[in-house]
Every structure is written in structure tokens, then in C-alpha cells.
Design a protein around this ligand. Structure first.
Ligand code: GCO
Ligand code: MG
Length: 408
């Protein structure tokens, strides 16, 4: 059989999602997530203007060949737009292959290596009281791991912290759906470095040693600042410190490693195994943070994670709400199948999103399972999707207190 129809669906049930839908000549449908937060239409146009016509008439079973055709064929390589487009095609073809086999995708990836995948939730609060309330709420829901982000004295709204006060559900979404330019936030690393260790100390005092605590530095520290921070927080036994330095500077983590045993995670802005080459071969990280959606799909992620496994490095696949339920399902099938699974990020999607994308995954006491429907296990309700028009949205820009543009 061959690929007959290629559609790009754009919907916005509270936030924007781009989904590739491939239909074969015998009517089997595969879905792939192509969502790139704040730059959604760039990927949609890459797919519909450049890729769709290349797929028509191809054998849908030739997944590796199609991946290489889309990666090596155009000459221009890598980058988030290209790799998200390739990822969407790759996911859709794996979805089709698993549906044809009558199996959930994880079976084709080698079968389950565990009963469920441990997930971490996002707990945040503008101050410690609000953060404590959020962590307590997640513990009551059964979570065993939380990422904690909190306000910093002297700064206003900062990325990763819910501004709506105490609450169990993580209702923050950084991409603002209004205006023609990004909002701006302020940052001061000195205040942050002085404030955060005390927060981790209080969490350990209030919640004990069992809880897995994660934290996201969002690329905002210099190598020497990150080294000091990773050393200062060692006593609080973090599960990981994420993105402590800007992602493109792989050797920055050498300095952090020389000074601390705090586990390090990086990679949500990466899109290729080559972004990890130094990090993995020099064992500078402990967890790979790529999204299946932004790193070339299941084919590329499986190779990346197998490469990491040789060096004792585990997975920590990116899973905020800007990854659609299709991309999340792809992550869960991989998580269940690979040996070197570490943890999975999980921010539940809102109800409108789950009406558009019907999923088969289940949550039980801090663990997710992708379900046993053939394929990825996600259906797209196109009528429901059509009810939510695309709305331009921007991620915020970060500035130091003197106005200098800063990493975020
Ligand atoms: C995370 C991330 C996200 C990103 C978002 C950008 O660790 O989940 O930092 O919240 O900021 O994916 O689009
Ligand atoms: Mg992050």
C-alpha cells in the first residue's frame, strides 16, 4: 500500500497544536505531532508546502528510508522546524505500522520493560507557602516526583511560576495568546542563587527524603554560576537540575561536573543526536531531555536513547502541554519499552484539548501507561478541532534588571 493523503491540522483548544494526518490507500490513518511552541505556522508550512507532496505514493512501511529521505534529501539539515516536521511524519508512520500489526506501538519497540512510567508534575508558587500547597496537592494525587519552581524576591512574574496563587493544577502557560510581540520578564541570577537553596532545604524539612525533587534552571546561569548552584544544592539530593546553562554550549557542563554531583538534565531545545555528542561521550549529563516531537520522532529518539544507554545516561523526555497528546503518546510508548528509562515529564492537557485528542493513556499513583489500543492510541476529532481557531502566541522574552536581553 502507499501514502495517499497528507493533511496538516491546526487547532487551538486553549493553546496551538499542529498535527500531521497521513492516510494510506487502504484507509489507515496515522497521526504525528508537529507543534513548535510560538512558531507553529513555520512547521505547518514546511509540511504542507515542502513535505506533503514528497510523501504521496510512498510505501508507508519504509519508515527508516522515509526518515533519511526527509533528513538527507533536502541538503539543509537539523533545526527545530525541520526536525519537528520529520518527527511528525515519523510518528504518523509508526502509528500506521502498529495499527496494521494490531498492536500498541510499544510492542513494536521491543515490548514493555516496566509496568508503568514514573512521571513528574509541575509544582510552583510565587512564594514558599504557595509552592508547599502545590506539592502537597500533587502528593495527594499520588505523584512521587515534582518539579519545583518559585518566585524570587525582587523579581516579578518569572517563567515556570504560576501567577494565579496556590493551586493544585498547574495552570501556567508561558506562550501568551495576545498581541503582536512577546511579553517581557525580568531576571537576576544573584537573587536567584541566594534564594533557591533555602527553598530546597524547606522542602526536604517538610516532605522528607522520599519525594523526588526536580528543578529547571531554564538556561539562565553562566557555567561558573551553575557550578556554584549545583554544589550549593547537593545536600538536598535533587533528582536533577535541568538546563542550568545555555543549551548550545555543550562544554559548559564540564565545569559544572567538576564541582558537583547534582545530576544534570538538558536537551528540550535540542533537535539532533549531534547536539548531545560531547555531552554523552564525556558523560556530562545524566538525563536526555529531548521531546520526541522536536528531535525527529520515534526513529531518531530510539537511536539517541540507545546511544545514551551505552554511557549509563537515562531518558527524561520533555512533556509540557506544548507537546500535543500525540507527541505525549509517542513518548510514553518509548518510555515503556526502552531499558534506560529515567522519568517522564507530565503536565495534563486541559479538557478542551482532550476533547479534540482522545487518548488511551491512564494515570495511576504517579505512573502513566500508554494503553493497549493499536498504534499510538490517539484519535483526532476533526470537528472538535475545527471549533478552535489558531491564535498567534509568543513565548516571553527575558531581560536582566538593567534591560539586557538574557537567556531563558
Ligand atoms: C519544561 C520546559 C517548558 C518550556 C516550554 C517552551 O521543562 O517543561 O522548560 O515549560 O518552557 O516547552 O515551549
Ligand atoms: Mg525545561
Amino acid at each position: 500500500m502507499t501514502i495517499e493523503i497528507v493533511d496538516v491540522n491546526i487547532t487551538s483548544p486553549g493553546r496551538n497544536f499542529v498535527t500531521l494526518k497521513i492516510t494510506t490507500s487502504d484507509g489507515i490513518v496515522g497521526l504525528g505531532d508537529a507543534t513548535l511552541n510560538g512558531r507553529e505556522l513555520a512547521v505547518a508550512s514546511y509540511l504542507s508546502e515542502h513535505v506533503a507532496s514528497m510523501l504521496i505514493g510512498r510505501d508507508e512501511d519504509r519508515i527508516e528510508d522515509t526518515w533519511q529521505y526527509l533528513y538527507r534529501g533536502p541538503y539543509w539539515r537539523r533545526g527545530p522546524v525541520t526536525m519537528a516536521a520529520i518527527a511528525a511524519v515519523d510518528m504518523a508512520l509508526w502509528d500506521i505500522k502498529a495499527k496494521k500489526a494490531g498492536m500498541p506501538l510499544y510492542q513494536l519497540l521491543g515490548g514493555a520493560s516496566r509496568e508503568g512510567v514514573r512521571v513528574y508534575a509541575h509544582a510552583s508558587g510565587t512564594d514558599y507557602a504557595a509552592l508547599k500547597n502545590a506539592i502537597t496537592g500533587y502528593e495527594e494525587l499520588g505523584y512521587t516526583a515534582v518539579r519545583v519552581q518559585t518566585g524570587v524576591p525582587g523579581l516579578g512574574q518569572i517563567y515556570g511560576v504560576s501567577s494565579t496563587g496556590p493551586g493544585v493544577r498547574y495552570d501556567y502557560e508561558p506562550a501568551k495568546r495576545s498581541g503582536d510581540r512577546p511579553s517581557e520578564e525580568t531576571w537576576d541570577t544573584r537573587n536567584y542563587l541566594n534564594h533557591m537553596p533555602g527553598i530546597f532545604s524547606q522542602i526536604r524539612e517538610d516532605f522528607g527524603t522520599d519525594l523526588r525533587i526536580l528543578h529547571d534552571g531554564h538556561h539562565r546561569m553562566s557555567p561558573i554560576e551553575a557550578a556554584r548552584f549545583a554544589k550549593d544544592i547537593e545536600p538536598y539530593d535533587l533528582f536533577w537540575l535541568e538546563d542550568c546553562t545555555p543549551g548550545e554550549d555543550q562544554t559548559a557542563l564540564r565545569l559544572v561536573r567538576q564541582h558537583s554531583t547534582t545530576p544534570l538534565a538538558i536537551g528540550e531545545v535540542f533537535n539532533s543526536v549531534f547536539d548531545y555528542q560531547t555531552l554523552i561521550t564525556e558523560r556530562l549529563i545524566d538525563y536526555v531531555r529531548s521531546a520526541v516531537t522536536h528531535t525527529g520522532g520515534i526513529t531518531a529518539m530510539k537511536k539517541l536513547l540507545d546511544f545514551a544507554a551505552i554511557y549509563g545516561i537515562k531518558s527524561g523526555i520533555h512533556g509540557p502541554t506544548d507537546i500535543s497528546p500525540v507527541g505525549m503518546a509517542a513518548a510514553l510508548h518509548l518510555d515503556l519499552a526502552i531499558h534506560n528509562f529515567g522519568i517522564q515529564e507530565y503536565m495534563p492537557h486541559n479538557e478542551q484539548t482532550l476533547e479534540v485528542f482522545q487518548t488511551s493513556f491512564t494515570f495511576d499513583k504517579g505512573f502513566l501507561h500508554p494503553g493497549d489500543k493499536p498504534g499510538l492510541g490517539v484519535d483526532l476529532d476533526e470537528d472538535a478541532a475545527a471549533g478552535h481557531d489558531y491564535t498567534k502566541a509568543y513565548l516571553p522574552v527575558n531581560r536582566l534588571l538593567d534591560g539586557t536581553v538574557h537567556d531563558w
